[in-house]
Design a protein around this ligand. Structure first.
Ligand code: ADP
Ligand code: MG
Length: 253
């Protein structure tokens, strides 16, 4: 599954016209076709190509809005030198999506606060949307709350099924979920439902050894970790807080 991005469809025939209008591009095409004596086939091909590119652009715009990514947290604004254990080339390869989203594999980012996990997760999410995938970025605790409401309304299964439309679910701050048994079981059900079919990107401040505090029942902790880690790329981002480091650098200059 790969979307054709609008800029890739840009053809010299309609490039100039396409910039000026979205909904009614055809009069400009017609005018240019008249002026340059285009044959009908060229006119129709240019119009069709423009329409396809416009649809792609609108779809990606819609998917970007639904993804709820934090504005400004992109790959361009991410300083890879701050996390030497992360290879930019590896991240760029993951941003194509095909190699792991099709298998429902996961990404897990672990490290102390401020190390750039949420930023990098949002940046990957945005790149994936631009490549044609559907993504939802959410704080884990917010999603757990919504799923709990669904469970009370006896609609947990359908609420989890609705999330299937997202090739990637970013569960930000897994560790901040409260330790209440009911909450953890909706999270467990979500993890189980997506296992080997849909991908998740999880960020957590706590190392795996502390995940027993997220899932207080040891059997559930093991089962959840087993499913998440089975097909996962794990990034350990144990670096000093980026902002703290930036502040210290400013002081010393
Ligand atoms: P975490 O999720 O690991 O706690 P965040 O991603 O929220 O950390 O990062 C905290 C702040 O520092 C954010 O404003 C983020 O944009 C910025 N930041 C962290 N790491 C980087 C980085 N490598 N490059 C640019 N900004 C960064
Ligand atoms: Mg974070």
């Amino acid at each position: 599954m790969r979307a054709i991005r609008s800029e890739r469809c840009a053809a010299s025939d309609w490039n100039a016209c396409a910039r000026s209008s979205e909904s009614a591009a055809w009069p400009q095409f017609a005018e240019r076709a008249d002026k340059e004596a285009w044959p009908a086939t060229r006119f129709l091909a240019a119009l069709a190509e423009h329409e396809i590119a416009e649809r792609d652009r609108r779809r990606i715009e819609r998917h970007l809005a639904e993804a709820r990514l934090s504005p400004g947290k992109t790959l361009d604004t991410f300083d890879f030198t701050a996390v030497p254990m992360i290879s930019k080339a590896h991240i760029l390869a993951l941003c194509a999506g095909d190699s792991w989203l099709e298998k429902g594999a996961n990404l897990i980012m672990i490290g102390g606060p401020g190390g750039g996990k949420s930023h990098l997760a949002a940046a990957i999410g945005m790149a994936l949307v631009e490549a044609g995938w559907r993504v939802l970025f959410t704080r884990t605790s917010d999603l757990v709350q919504k799923l709990q409401v669904a469970r009370r309304e006896l609609a947990l299964e359908s609420a989890i099924a609705k999330l299937d439309k997202y090739h990637l679910l970013v569960l930000d701050d897994l560790a901040y979920v409260t330790k209440d048994q009911t909450e953890t079981s909706v999270l467990f059900e979500l993890i189980s439902a997506r296992y080997e079919s849909r991908s998740s990107l999880i960020t957590a401040n706590q190392p795996f050894g502390d995940w027993s505090r997220i899932f207080p029942d040891p059997a559930m902790t093991l089962a959840a970790m087993d499913r998440l880690v089975h097909h996962a790329t794990i990034f350990e981002m144990n670096v000093e807080s980026y902002r703290r480091r930036a502040a210290l650098q400013r002081q010393s200059t």
